[in-house]
Design a protein. Structure first.
Length: 381
């Protein structure tokens, strides 16, 4: 019988927090979640931290408690596993709040996928599937920065951690039976590493739609414009597109305007143009004089590469079915495209770990066969 008290316990004093954190550090694992707001800011605004110890649910009011050091120490205590669900944004929120990223973590969404339940399952469906408990989702768009929180908000926040310890127990057992616990640990360690090392501002231009069309001075301008936008958005704590839309950066890089009169366009007019026009012209002018030009980005797949991609995806689907895993958990489409486009494909990134043996090496064998057939002039059927 499931025996968890889901009544939320409100924590708003440093003394309460210190006492509880000392207790939680004596456990092997605790459930962890956050509530935050982000509609008008670049960074998440931490509004609440939830902790579940398997018996009770605690809501930590980070807006009221000045000394959060005990919580930070709990997050950094490697003897305590932090159980979370789909935790990427929570890791970012905790880093913003405490300057720390919890380690080790156990992401129940990844764990569920690795046991064959499906990729990207939400918390409520996972609880329903494994514990046969229905969860309400009525407060997902609440204003979590308001005080006091409503009872409905508190109850919802408590339920977000109430069942995580039980999910953890079920999923650890399944992963051990399937000999995939190390897979989960590897993927969760990769999440922590990614949270600690976010993509540098200098590389954000690679995400711009159609950037592969640019070369030379245009690509240099796009890189510098996107770098400025990323740094300025962080400095001002504004969403990127509130500062300057992505398509405006692309247009400016293509046009390389030299005068303020030629800058104006939809998305760059009025106050935005007056405030940033001179800066943007300076960035474009400097980029045009750069000696080091970024290498051209990969173009869309050719017809031949598209055919190879289809064959690789067939291999992925076959292995996924054999392993009782969702194909998405094995390899991403972008990773397949990189393998197809590389002159000398090799395993890197996520494909270097457990995926290397399960899916990476078979994919390289398929590619080798295709390249050998191409060299012999054999057509692909």
């Amino acid at each position: 019988m499931i025996n968890v008290d889901t009544t939320p316990i409100w924590i708003d004093s440093a003394e309460q927090l210190a006492e509880l954190c000392a207790r939680w550090r004596q456990q092997n694992a605790v459930a962890l979640d956050t509530e935050f707001m982000r509609s008008r800011t670049f960074f998440p605004q931490p509004a609440l931290v939830q902790v579940g110890d398997g018996e009770r649910c605690y809501l930590i009011d980070n807006l009221a408690i000045k000394n959060l050091q005990p919580l930070r120490e709990l997050l950094l205590d490697t003897s305590v596993t932090k159980i979370m669900h789909s935790c990427s944004e929570d890791l970012e929120t905790l880093e913003r709040l405490l300057g720390a990223i919890p380690e080790p973590i156990f992401d129940t969404q990844i764990a569920a996928a690795l046991t064959g339940m499906g990729a990207g399952l939400g918390y409520a469906p996972t609880v329903k599937e494994l514990l046969n408990i229905d969860l309400p989702k009525s407060e997902t768009r609440s204003d979590w920065l308001q005080r006091p929180l409503s009872d409905a908000q508190k109850n919802y926040a408590a339920l977000d951690v109430a069942w995580l310890p039980l999910l953890y127990g079920v999923l650890v057992k399944r992963l051990r039976e399937q000999e995939r616990l190390e897979w989960l640990q590897e993927d969760c360690a990769a999440l922590v590493a990614a949270a600690r090392n976010p993509q540098p501002p200098e590389l954000y231009y690679q995400k711009v739609k159609g950037a592969w069309r640019l070369r030379g001075k245009q690509l240099a301008a796009l890189q510098d414009l996107c770098t400025w936008r990323e740094r300025e958005a962080r400095l001002r704590d504004l969403p990127r597109n509130h500062l300057l839309k992505e398509n405006v950066c692309m247009n400016l890089a293509q046009q390389l305007p030299q005068h303020k009169a030629t800058l104006a366009q939809p998305g760059l007019e009025g106050r935005t143009l007056r405030e940033h026009g001179d800066t943007l012209l300076q960035i474009i002018a400097s980029a045009s004089e750069r000696e080091e030009i970024p290498p051209r980005l990969p173009q869309p797949l050719s017809r031949r590469q598209g055919e190879w991609l289809k064959l690789l995806r067939q291999e992925v689907n076959a292995i996924a079915e054999l392993e009782h895993l969702p194909p998405e958990i094995l390899v991403r489409k972008k990773e397949l495209e990189v393998l197809v486009q590389a002159p000398r494909p090799e395993l890197q990134g996520r494909l270097e770990g457990w995926r290397g043996d399960v899916i990476g090496k078979p994919l390289l064998e398929v590619l080798k066969t295709l390249r050998d057939e191409e060299g012999k002039g054999t057509s692909i059927k």
